[in-house]
Design a protein around this ligand. Structure first.
Ligand code: UDP
Ligand code: MG
Length: 341
């Protein structure tokens, strides 16, 4: 590992939605890791753990406030309501990147191995702007979760969307990479799809995914389906293309049918064919509805984008005041880029 010219300020961004049972453990484990990095002079002393309370209904925010009073390492953002994990991540990064050299995003439930943070910081010192945490062992996930996830990656690749397979939202990014991400102004950004498009020197680190230690998954099937559809429709126009191909194939079929009808007509067979009429009636009717709804999906999304509504509303921010005396853009942290091709 090459030494950096200066020490980077790191912010851990942790989205939290009803994480009351998990938060004390997460704070202890992540706090320990930060303390160790600080003693090793890998990161600055004023590095922070930023909990983003995504409109929790339980005592999550009270716990965050308590942690903040006990130790200045902890700080928080509170949304005015629940906006979803992606919004929580975007908010955390948006607020933190002006005062951070490096940002690591990690789930509050510690399913992603927090020990990997040490290696991620090492990679940043070696000059990488983006370090992806990738699960190479998902045996602790349910069969259902694994299969749906695998099919999702497969399908997205077929649709032409580049994703890092088995990477969720556990990653390190440099300030300039985050600044680039912030230029994507769409109202519901599909972060995992955007980041590979940013470019910058990036690398992957592998770990085993652990089961959730406390609390329950905040992703019921309904949210998972919504997430998958968001990814698809916000990143690819392949479904419209597919409808075009299918429509063309059906037109060719209809032309063949026309010839067949003529032949039958001249052969004097006219009344038969009830079944083929019924079949094409139902098939074409169904197909048209699907086609229209796919187009409607894109029109609807354009409508949402055109309104330029805020992606989230922050009710309380205890992170920014902590740095109010600091200049927004801290002295450029210089990586030693020698080791990265
Ligand atoms: N989360 C959030 N808002 C939501 C749902 C989830 O901020 O609306 C957070 C949650 O607190 C956790 C992370 O996103 O830190 C991942 O959620 P979870 O562990 O429930 O998802 P799973 O691991 O089951 O996919
Ligand atoms: Mg989880």
């Amino acid at each position: 590992m090459k030494n950096a010219v200066t020490t980077p300020r790191l912010t851990l961004v942790v989205p939290c939605y009803n994480e009351e049972p998990m938060l004390p453990t997460s704070a202890r484990v992540l706090g320990g890791i930060m303390a160790k990095l600080i003693t090793q002079h890998q990161i600055t002393q004023d590095s922070k753990i930023l909990f983003v309370d995504d409109g929790s209904q339980d005592r999550t925010w009270d716990l965050i406030t308590q942690l903040r009073h006990d130790q200045s390492l902890f700080t928080g953002l509170k949304f005015s309501r629940n906006y979803g994990q992606e919004a929580a991540l975007m908010a955390g990064m948006q607020v933190a990147h002006r005062y951070s050299d490096l940002i690591i995003t990690i789930d509050a439930d510690l399913q992603d191995d927090p020990q990997l943070i040490f290696k991620m910081v090492e990679k940043a010192h070696a000059g990488f702007d983006i370090v992806y945490g990738v699960r190479n062992d998902r045996t602790t996930d349910t069969w259902f979760k694994r299969t749906t996830a695998q099919s999702f990656y497969w399908f997205m690749r077929k649709m032409g969307v580049e994703l890092v397979p088995n990477h969720s939202d556990f990653r390190l990014m440099s300030r300039r990479a985050i600044a680039a991400l912030m230029q994507f102004r769409e109202s519901r950004p599909f972060i995992r799809g955007i980041i590979p498009q940013l470019g910058f020197p990036s690398t992957r680190l592998y770990y085993k995914r652990a089961p959730r230690k406390a609390g329950t998954s905040k992703y019921p099937l309904r949210k998972m389906i919504r997430f998958a559809l968001d990814g698809l429709f916000s990143f690819s126009v392949a479904p419209i293309r597919a409808v075009l191909y299918a429509g063309t194939a059906i037109c060719i079929g209809a032309f063949v049918m026309l010839l067949w009808i003529f032949i039958q007509h001249f052969r004097g067979v006219v009344v038969t064919g009830w079944s083929s009429i019924m079949l094409s009636l139902w098939f074409l009717g169904g197909f048209q509805l699907v086609a229209i709804s796919i187009i409607g999906e894109y029109v609807g999304r354009s409508f949402t984008e055109a309104k330029h509504r805020p992606r989230f509303i922050i009710q309380t921010d205890t992170f920014t005041p902590a740095f109010s005396k600091t200049k927004p853009v801290v002295a450029e942290f210089r990586f030693d880029h020698q080791s990265v091709k």
